[in-house]
Design a protein around this ligand. Sequence first.
Ligand code: BV8
Length: 234
Amino acid sequence: MGDIRNILILTGAGISAESGLATFRGPDGLWEGHRVEDVCTPQAFRRDRALVQSFYDQRRAALAAVVPNFAHLALARLDAAWPGELLIVTQNVDDLHERAGATRLLHMHGELMSALCLACGARSRWSGDLGDGPACPACAAAGTLRPDIVWFGEIPYQMERIEAALGRADLFVSIGTSGAVYPAAGFVQQARACGAATLELNLEPSAGSAWFEETRSGPAGALVPAWVDEMLAR
Ligand code: BV8
């Protein structure tokens, strides 16, 4: 691996698994509780608002009972110490990266702890339920708040910022994602096309493993701290 200054790190549900949050496609996957079409599309929200609101209300409430794991803490340590550019692009909607101390971070698929107003478009920090139709903090309209989550068919947040970072990256690292959902699953190809080195840290090979120059298999709680130690020793 040549000289590395700019790092882009993509994370998925696998990095939060050891904190006790279910992944989407594992044996206990969230989706198995629901068909994805029933809870993760705008159509589902229009068809059964109460079901979708309660699905996200339950997940938002569950955050209070979990804490960041060694993988989140190691990435925050790298974020604080790395002198070059570093950006954590997470597909996760939990707040564990922030709670571990990461700052150079963006949620491309939104956040459980944020509510989006269908009336005024404002995004507000939110920790309670949305199912009971609370008023929007910005425009006071009642019953217009939806989860600030990017559903299938919706455009992920901050794509321009992500594309720009991919173009500058010397190293692209993917942690705990199955590579099942686009555009995130295509980032490794874009990074390679721009000359970045590529590394996958995952419990098992993912759909995109063949695109990575190096893949390491194991739990993120062990692989990520070891990798961060390597980077900070360079
Ligand atoms: C868009 C928020 C246009 C919701 C999510 C046909 C072909 C290609 C694409 C499409 C197609 N038809 C439709 C599309 C587009 C579609 C898509 O990709 N569909 C797929 C299903 C084919 N995508 C979209 O609609 C996206 N929008 O395309 O807009 C556009 C694009 C660009 C520019 C302009 C316009 C929007 C998709 C967003 C959906 N929202 N999440 C919520 O959280 O409730 S998706 C959700 O699943 C995640 O956010 C993540 O992105 C995705 C995959 O989940 P993972 O995080 O990877 O988790 P998973 O369970 O799958 O895997 C866990 C991994 O961890 C496993 O590999 C496992 O081995 C590993 N692991 C487990 N334990 C550990 C571990 N690893 C380490 N340690 C452990 N302990």
